[in-house]
Design a protein around this ligand. Sequence first.
Ligand SMILES: [Zn+2]
Length: 482
Amino acid sequence: MTITHGFELLREHDLAEADSTARLYRHVRTGAELLSLINDDENKAFGIVFRTPPPDSTGVAHILEHSVFCGSRKYPLKKPLIELARGSLATFLNAITSPDRTSYPVASQNLQDFYNLIDVYLDAVFYPVLSRDTFEQEGWHYEVEERDAPFLYNGVVFNEMKGAFSSPEIVLDSWSAKLLTPDTVYSHDSGGDPKSIPDLTYAALKDFHRRYYHPSNARVFFYGDDDPAERLRLLDGWLAPFDRVAVESAIVLQPRFVEPRRSQHTYVAPADNGAPAKSFVQANWLLGEIDVAETYIGLIILENVLAGTPASPLYRALIDSRLGEAWAGSGLTVEFRQAVFSAGLRGVDAANVDKVEPLILDVLGALAAEGIDRSMVEASVNTIEFRRRENNTGSFPRGLQLMRRAVGAWLYAIPSRGSPSPRRSPPSRRASPQANAISKASSSNISWRIPIAPRLSCDRIRSRRRARPPRNAAGSMPFAPA
Ligand SMILES: [Zn+2]
């Protein structure tokens, strides 16, 4: 075994479609993994990702994500990230709390700037100050406006999530996840439910950091035209002080239901001139893990066929039914270990609530029985192929887009069957493969789908919601205004 700066090379692969050579390493001392993409892109990208399964809905992962950037060992500034953004050439600077992980991505076209940013990021995640003041400021604290007035809650994340939970779509997503994946971490709200955030203690925040922000629980990503050997040397300097530990962060799979589950909840509807508030109805399927690239592409194409265009059969049937005002549901979502498909309608009159689920099942049933028109499949294949080849990430750094795509399977250590055999297999936590067709309520994987614009505020919310379409055993969820 050849060791370079503390890393052993697990596998190397040419990625023609990304004009890159990919090398997957493991840090021998700590077990941290490094995916190193070597290419000519001067928009260099770096990211460190920890599996952070939330134990509850207190928002501990989200509050920690905010808090690590409130001062660290080398950078005791109150807001080093904001200071950085002012003087940096960064093309992307942010941190993202997802339902089972926390990611710290950054990109820059200037080499020295890139190294400076990485230094701040790694110091923040491994050595944050995490003072009680920070916990109270970013998490929650009591406030009283005047003598004898009632105590109020305040806090950056508390307020952010109060804002988020005022959106019916976010509340619908939260209830859908609880209904669909009740036995997993996805039944908790990683961002924090404002009702639960005040249950979080300072000690629990510090313990969450100690438990999960460890090199043995880290995946590190590098991309661009910087010196690949320097990546190993630099990172070894950060990782070497740690010993390897066993981190209990594996994400369990949701067992299949034996029959659909339904639930109904209320939301606070905006005042609308006395008009009766309307309902959201959403049907959700839990698919499988995506352990084969073809399955992933197949699901993307199928989603496009079903609901990707105004002429798509599921989309059109829902809209034409006039049972509701607009599409509801995120379509195919791959940010859980098992993929999810959801479809439905918003703006549904109370009298029509029970008609939406049968309509969706009729459309899917007919497509399953009669088959999908070949020209529609071809059109979708062309659309998806064009998008993939064009790989237009807009202003979002291309390197970080590749990190997003890689991190799901990587995070769950699902070996890619389409790649050459690794020199040594990564540890497999994969459960037995599930069946594949959406119509049979079945398979898929995890990665981020939502382009994230470069900004400093928290992106958790946007990563859960797409503008339009489609969660395990077909559970439909009428969602009525309170
Ligand atoms: Zn936030």
